[in-house]
Design a binder for this molecule. Structure first.
Ligand code: H2U
Ligand code: ZN
Length: 347
């Protein structure tokens, strides 16, 4: 197989194949770079997330100084009922299950005009601390705690004020369930965590590595589907969850993440949209802690942009009906991200 022929790549975390068609992207780079200017005030009176403002539910935000967490006024998961819920349906063709959980919103900064990409590593480390504390709290009574950020209108984010969300529930959702099974089976076969072996191979090869910190690094995964998709993961130590992140790694993680986000913004000179989120070992497992042997904490970044600040990739046609496909290879995407300056274009 030559690298410029259409080929399929295997995603060992989700156990899915992906079609790569690099001959289409081998043509010279002609896409224009459209800078989108978006001046925002540090405080926006009509913003529901700015300090001191009223939220949709009617509550007032405190005059917060770094991060601020509140219960989502429109939660997608609700606490368990006092009474027994309706009996679940177990027919082969019509199945349902009762679920419960809780949803929170995290403001990353009181500053309406910032994003994580424009914050200092120290301020990002405070966001990581908040993610960790929230995960510990919600993980004490939920099986899965999903920390995520939807950034930018292109990802359906309604408010540019820097914020993320956490949804925690009493079930393991589909994506982490696939990753749980893959990591478990890999560990049973090889006796090592899948993502530790993967990290070692990526660091040895280097062609898909974007940023290398002391403890953490960023790679465009071999199986990336989105053009500039990345994976942020530990280099050589096992860290099972956000709650077991060693204090000594926090600033390195924050700085590695900051450098990724600055490069993302620099790529098309815009506030780069994405969905990102954390995956780590589930909570309240009844396997006697087995999942802690094979799980490795990591964050996925899924940005939709393809060629410019306004041209995005759509998952349509072949991808909805057959399987995921990309033109630009993971190696080409990593090369492009690596070659960008480390300094934010707007600073
Ligand atoms: P996005 O991350 O998609 O922008 O969502 C922001 C969340 O914030 C959304 O789930 C919640 C919305 O329900 N929200 C509140 O709970 N109260 C508000 O006053 C504004 C937004
Ligand atoms: Zn705001």
């Amino acid at each position: 197989m030559t690298d410029l022929r259409p080929h399929r790549r295997w995603n060992p975390l989700t156990r899915e194949w992906l079609l790569v068609s690099p001959h289409r992207a081998a043509r010279p780079w002609l896409g224009q770079v459209e800078a989108i200017s978006e001046e925002r005030p540090a405080y926006e009176p009509s913003c529901t997330l700015c300090p001191g403002n009223k939220r949709i539910g009617g509550e007032l935000n405190p005059d917060y100084r770094d991060t601020f967490v509140f219960g989502n006024d429109f939660p997608s998961l609700l606490p368990p009922l006092e009474m027994k819920a309706e009996a679940p349906i177990f027919s082969p063709l019509f199945q349902s299950r009762d679920v419960s959980g809780e949803c929170r919103v995290i403001c990353f900064s009181p500053r309406h005009d910032l994003s994580l990409a424009q914050m200092s590593a120290g301020d990002i480390a405070r966001v990581i601390t908040t993610w960790t504390e929230q995960t510990a709290d919600l993980g004490s009574r939920n099986r899965w705690v999903q920390v995520f950020e939807n950034k930018g209108a292109a990802m359906g984010c309604s408010n540019p004020h820097p914020h993320g969300q956490i949804w925690a529930g009493d079930f393991i959702p589909e994506e982490p369930a696939k990753e749980d099974l893959s990591q478990k089976e890999y560990f049973q076969e090889h006796g090592r965590p899948l993502l530790l072996d993967y990290a070692a191979e990526e660091l040895r090869d280097g062609s898909r590595t974007v940023i290398e910190g002391e403890h953490w690094f960023v790679v465009v995964p071999y199986w990336a589907l989105w053009p500039y998709e990345t994976l942020l993961l530990p280099k050589q130590e096992q860290v099972t969850r956000l709650t077991s992140l060693p204090e000594s790694q926090k600033l390195d993680l924050a700085e590695t993440m900051r450098q990724l986000l600055v490069r993302y913004d620099n790529l098309f000179q815009c506030s780069f949209p994405y969905s990102m989120g954390w995956h780590g070992a589930p909570f309240l497992s009844d396997d006697g802690g087995k999942s802690e042997e094979y799980w490795q904490l990591h964050a996925h970044f899924y940005p939709p942009l393809l060629r410019s600040a306004s041209v995005k990739k759509f998952l349509v046609g072949y991808e909805m009906l057959a399987e995921g496909q990309r033109d630009l290879t993971a190696e080409q995407a990593a090369e492009r991200l690596r070659s960008l300056p480390n300094r934010h274009y707007a600073s």
